[in-house]
Design a protein around this ligand. Structure first.
Ligand code: ADP
Ligand code: MG
Length: 451
């Protein structure tokens, strides 16, 4: 192909893209591109910045290839590279960018825009007490065409479903309104692009790209704590988007006010919209998740084994899934029947912490000390709230940390009935799902007892 052929192919493809994607998208993302050359099946296209290049690769490359091939079948693939055609200083830096870009390609593809996990949908999200508020907020955003609250700030410990919910929102919006521009990226990736744009002096292009975004999602914002210039940039991007009535969704492992190393104005700005936290899981939710995952498995997992896992793996949902996968894998590869015993073997290392021999007496003493009550109060008939809650916490921990049956546990608490112990266990799980003070107490006591 000679140059005029190239220009012709590109201009027709360009018009097709305009037709397919609409003018706003094409003006922001496609018009800055220019055709460079055609060589052994590859069409080389120049992009003015690393950010734009990656964005196009992640969002529009398939479409571009399709339209170019329609005009000329010799075109097998498209390569985008970073280069500015104008200044010689920038040309030099462009070469550097290109090198970095080549090394980073696979990593970038994972983290940007379109690369959403197909499993992270609302359909696959099991709702329970601990996540129902966050789920409702996410649904609300996903289903409304106007900006309901800005930003949505999702927070909770690792492995509890923050990323899953963000991807689910993105999938829903994509399905409902394909023309809305959604940007999902980790805060780390945001920083990466920002730092690169500063180094290669294309911060204007960086800013430009974000102006075209309708929904911006930044995952794990705690990553930019202590990173002042990235925070500054994020703050401006944030304000600009909010002022233009664009939706922002942010996740973190802590509430806005607890984000140490985050600038005060940004902290307060992050808390302006709706703050929704995801609490530690309850037994019911864990079992629900296991049942829904087990329903998609090729091997049949006995209900008792699911209950066993839901009781034993309490840290987070990622670990819960990992446990289930291991059990399925060992059944598939080794052909071993799935029983509680086989599960215990396969999960031995995960179960070790909770299988340490802790005595009821030890639990009662630690809990009494934590709440500043007397050890003997654990077995008195008295029922004032001051004593009742710590006692229920101790019963809950006894159920978790020992292999004793409910009646045996009851006996150690002044001869109480097994239904009292069961009630205490359920109540603590329920309250924990809503009350962060209590879940923090339990977390602390658990770590003391697990030592
Ligand atoms: P986080 O971002 O909070 O660390 P993720 O969203 O990555 O957690 O979730 C960890 C894993 O647990 C993912 O595989 C996710 O699909 C799964 N998961 C989390 N919450 C749920 C839920 N409510 N129902 C089903 N799967 C869930
Ligand atoms: Mg995450």
């Amino acid at each position: 192909m000679n140059n005029s052929d190239l220009e012709r192919v590109w201009s027709i493809a360009y018009r097709n893209l305009q037709h397919e994607l609409g003018n706003p998208v094409v003006n922001s993302w496609i018009s800055p591109l220019s055709v460079d050359k055609f060589y052994s099946g590859v069409l080389y296209i120049r992009a003015p910045s690393l950010f734009l290049r990656d964005w196009v690769i992640n969002n529009y490359l398939d479409l571009m290839i399709k339209f170019c091939q329609k005009e000329n079948r010799e075109i097998k693939s498209i390569e985008l590279f970073v280069s500015s055609a104008h200044s010689s200083v920038q040309e030099k830096s462009a070469v550097k960018v290109e090198k970095i870009a080549e090394k980073q390609t696979s990593e970038d593809t994972v983290a940007l825009g379109i690369s959403l996990d197909p499993k992270f949908t609302f359909d696959n999200f099991v709702v329970g007490k601990s996540n129902e508020f966050a789920h409702a907020a996410a649904r609300r955003i996903a289903e409304s065409d106007s900006v309901a609250f800005n930003p949505l700030f999702l927070y909770g410990a690792v492995g509890l479903g923050k990323t899953h919910l963000m991807h689910a929102i993105a999938w829903n919006i994509k399905a409902r309104s394909p023309h809305r521009n959604i940007a999902y990226m980790s805060a780390e990736k945001f920083m990466y692009y920002f730092v690169k744009s500063v180094r290669y002096k294309d911060t204007m292009a960086f800013k430009e790209q974000f102006r075209a975004v309708d929904v911006l999602m930044i995952d794990d914002i705690q990553f930019i704590c202590g990173k002042d210039s990235t925070q500054e940039e994020f703050f401006h991007t944030f304000n600009e988007l909010v002022n233009n009535n664009r939706q922002i969704i942010v996740s973190a492992d802590k509430s806005p006010s607890d984000l140490d190393g985050m600038e005060e104005r940004l902290k307060s700005r992050l808390g302006w919209g709706l703050v929704a936290d995801i609490h530690p899981t309850t037994y019911e939710l864990r079992l629900g998740i296991l049942q829904s995952k087990a329903a998609h498995c090729t091997v049949k997992i006995p209900a008792k084994v699911l209950e066993f896992i839901a009781h034993k793996i309490t840290s987070n949902i990622r670990e819960l899934e990992g446990a289930l996968n291991r059990i399925v894998a060992s059944a598939t590869f080794i052909g071993r029947e799935i029983t509680i015993e086989s599960a215990r073997d396969v999960l031995a290392d995960l179960l070790r912490t909770s299988d340490r021999k802790v005595t009821i007496e030890e639990i009662q003493k630690k809990v009494a000390a934590h709440y500043s009550i007397k050890y003997s109060d654990m077995s008195t008939p008295r029922r004032t709230r001051q004593i009742a809650l710590p006692r229920q916490v101790a019963m809950y921990l006894s159920k978790k940390f020992t292999t004793l049956s409910l009646p045996e546990i009851g006996k150690n608490f002044g001869g109480r009935d097994h239904t009292t112990v069961l009630h205490a266990f359920k109540k603590i799980e329920d309250v924990m799902a809503k009350d962060s003070n209590l879940s923090e107490d339990i977390r602390l006591l658990t770590s003391i007892l697990a030592k």
